[in-house]
Design a protein around this ligand. Structure first.
Ligand SMILES: [Zn+2]
Ligand SMILES: [Zn+2]
Length: 247
């Protein structure tokens, strides 16, 4: 296993795939009734690692039926075009993010001014933040096949529109597994946080979205940056959301 990447089985039919690049970015593979759904696509553009994981769990890349993109930031889009070509999976995203994913528009810029989390090393931080601020670091473009709205379903997942980090940001809830896929609205790296403040475009929307996803009462919170939160971490996140104030 290359140390740049890691994957583990979080629970029945749920796999976490991570890599160091892109700010410890994570993607998630859901296996339900024989069908595979991937949430986000890591940073690498060759998608080789995701294909390797699919094979390690005894499946083939052509078994991938759905790819859901939480939002159109570079770290989450790297492998999308390659995976679409290899799998012919249906690509799902919110309409607002879709033309960015398709390469027709740059991601909305964020401010230059560095904010929390300060503990991210400058080597990681500057490419991420300045890349977004400048619209650099384009991903291989890929058309979105289907638009997702709040309340829609893909496989066992219920879609929840959670704007704030970006206007078309989506979260998903897998009811049977009490698992919330929170995208970048929550982060566990470099520490447990309600997302990375510098990257949240609309703080009021982000605050409202956090309360919306808290109502699912998840046991596992799988996030875009860092390992999934479980147990005590989930309790801490519930408290953080309760005590958060819109500013
Ligand atoms: Zn993001
Ligand atoms: Zn991200």
């Amino acid at each position: 296993m290359r140390s740049e990447h890691n994957f583990w089985r979080v629970g029945d039919g749920l796999f976490s795939l991570g890599q160091k690049r892109g700010g410890r970015v994570h993607a998630f593979l859901v296996e339900h009734q024989g069908k595979l759904t991937l949430i986000d696509t890591l940073y690498d553009t060759d998608a080789r690692y995701i294909v390797e994981v699919i094979q390690r769990i005894g499946r083939e890349v052509r078994d991938l039926e759905n790819i859901i993109i939480t939002h159109a930031h570079r770290s989450h889009l790297g492998g999308l075009a390659a995976l679409k070509m290899l799998s012919k999976a249906t690509v799902w995203a919110h309409e607002w993010e879709s033309d960015i994913i398709a390469g027709q528009r740059k991601a909305q810029a964020i401010p230059f001014f560095p904010r929390r989390p300060y503990r991210i090393s400058l080597r990681v931080w500057f490419p991420l933040q300045f890349g977004l601020a400048l619209g650099l670091g384009r991903h291989p473009a890929c058309e979105v096949d289907r638009f997702l709205k709040d309340g829609a379903s893909v496989g066992p997942l219920t879609i929840c529109h959670t704007p704030g980090h970006s206007p078309g940001h989506l979260s998903m809830f897998w009811k049977e597994r009490r698992t919330l896929f929170a995208g970048d609205s929550i982060a566990t790296w470099p520490d447990l946080s309600l997302g990375w403040p510098a990257f949240n475009l609309n703080k009021r929307q982000h605050y409202d979205s956090l309360h919306k996803i808290r109502e699912f009462d998840p046991e596992i919170i799988a996030v875009g940056h860092g390992e999934p939160a479980t147990g005590e971490q989930v309790a801490q996140l519930h408290e953080k959301i309760q005590s958060a104030r819109p500013d």
